[in-house]
Design a protein around this ligand. Sequence first.
Ligand code: FES
Length: 152
Amino acid sequence: MNKRVQAAESIILHHGANREELVQILLDIQKEIRWLPKDVLELVSRRLKIPISTIYGVATFYAHFSLHPRGSHNVCVCVGTACHVRGAPRLLDRVKGELGIAPGETTKDEKFSLTTANCLGCCALGPVLVADGEYKSNPDSAELRAYVQSVE
Ligand code: FES
């Protein structure tokens, strides 16, 4: 049994393998291992005696869940209209260059994920990104590199 499956097993046990708590179990697994791997979903299906198709239905319904590895650090670039006209495409290109990944991808070492959003609620700062909860207004390549190198 790999570490991810072990972690999921203890979360399922914590919830008493209660099928009524499927969403909460998936939330806890997502929080613990940052995504929902196939072998983990199969375990949830067996332990809760819920068809795997139902599990996938829930996992794909909520945007919070990910069926792909997510990095321990997330960089989210706003590509909304206000940021777009202020240079979001160039900012996104700089971030892609520094991380070496495209939106929706995670670095091989699972350190960083890159996502986009349609508005981060701070249009006046645009173009803007949020990295690990910290908003950065139009960071240049040097600032981005400093962030990437500062992360453990
Ligand atoms: S459009 Fe980018 S923060 Fe609103």
